[in-house]
Ligand binder design. Sequence first.
Ligand SMILES: Nc1ncnc2c1ncn2[C@@H]1O[C@H](COP(=O)(O)OP(=O)(O)O)[C@@H](O)[C@H]1O
Ligand SMILES: N[C@@H](CCC(=O)OP(=O)(O)O)C(=O)O
Length: 374
Amino acid sequence: MEQQLTRIAVKIGSNVLTRRDGTLDVTRMSALVDQVAELHKAGVEIILVSSGAVASGRSEIHPAKKLDSVDQRQLFSAVGQAKLINRYYELFREHGIPVGQVLTMKENFATRRHYLNQKNCMTVMLENGVIPIVNENDTISVSELMFTDNDELSGLIASMMDAQVLIILSNIDGIYNGSPADPASEVIRKIEHGKDLSSYIQTSKSSFGRGGMLTKTNIARKVADEGITVIIANGKRDNILVDLLHQELPALFPDVQSSALNSQLTYTRFIPAPQPVSSVKKWIAHSEGFAKGELHIDDCATKVLASDKAVSILPIGITDVRGEFEKDDIVRIIDFEGNPIGVGKANCSSEQAREAMGKHGKKPVVHYDYLYIE
Ligand SMILES: Nc1ncnc2c1ncn2[C@@H]1O[C@H](COP(=O)(O)OP(=O)(O)O)[C@@H](O)[C@H]1O
Ligand SMILES: N[C@@H](CCC(=O)OP(=O)(O)O)C(=O)O
């Protein structure tokens, strides 16, 4: 990991903050706040992505009649988010650290303008020593407007804010190379590029989690490919944040003796890509869900895009244009075998792309600077 650690994003999962009966675990929350405060005082800028709104609302409200799952989520989160942020506010105040609330939703990442507005908001908070505490706006984001879970949100935030490290805290020590319930399984400590993990991941998830380990793994991979170190660790272990950063980066805590370290510490670390990705490409990389159309390309274009060369998508290599899009909309890139291989920002409308398709000497439909190949 880099020697100069300046900015990290920490995601605290639902089940880290939730007791078995579904209510908020304030003791755990307080212990995590102490650790974040320690890192803050060591000079690290921290963005917290915290779940727990629904859990904190659940114990406050006892609906008279049975509610469906959407109504429950809206009601509990409306009440619970207020309680959650209030708790954080009070806990951080004991350390003299101001915090601010950022509630967001998927749509706010769809256009570059909204994206940059959010980035600016959090940048100005950090510049003024305020810790942003981010959560999904559960009261209005329902069904298709929802993030898969807060892992997806934390990946977007880490990428948008150019964090060097994203730490995802869950109720498990990391990614196991088999069922976590099987005593023969072990935590995979280091995950290199391109390693296929699909056979290890079970579809099971913790009782209060939404996406499970699969979304964690997918998002971790994507974020690491953008040059950000991703760590999956157990938020229920005492002093986990400080211990793991101390292990990764002893220079951050010059006063702590290495004998004081927890030598049993286990977590999974995704090795980041050596070349950091530009800010606009990071936005495009996470915009697949907003794609308005598809560009299908031939085998020759597929081959060049897979190489290390910096190439744009030219009309000559396009075999089909699907969907209706305008200039600057996001489009999916589909290879000659029908596999989605990336996303890009269109340089022209779908009508103009169809007109130019298959022709030589025309302007790129997606310029290299606005193209993200997975
Ligand atoms: N190979 C695996 N390694 C670790 N955990 C796994 C694996 N496969 C499935 N899981 C499950 O994923 C759960 C964590 O995901 P999730 O419930 O979404 O947590 P969170 O609420 O913290 O986001 C674990 O509690 C575990 O049951
Ligand atoms: N936004 C919700 C949690 C959403 C969620 O998916 O949480 P998690 O399982 O921790 O990724 C809440 O605050 O209750």
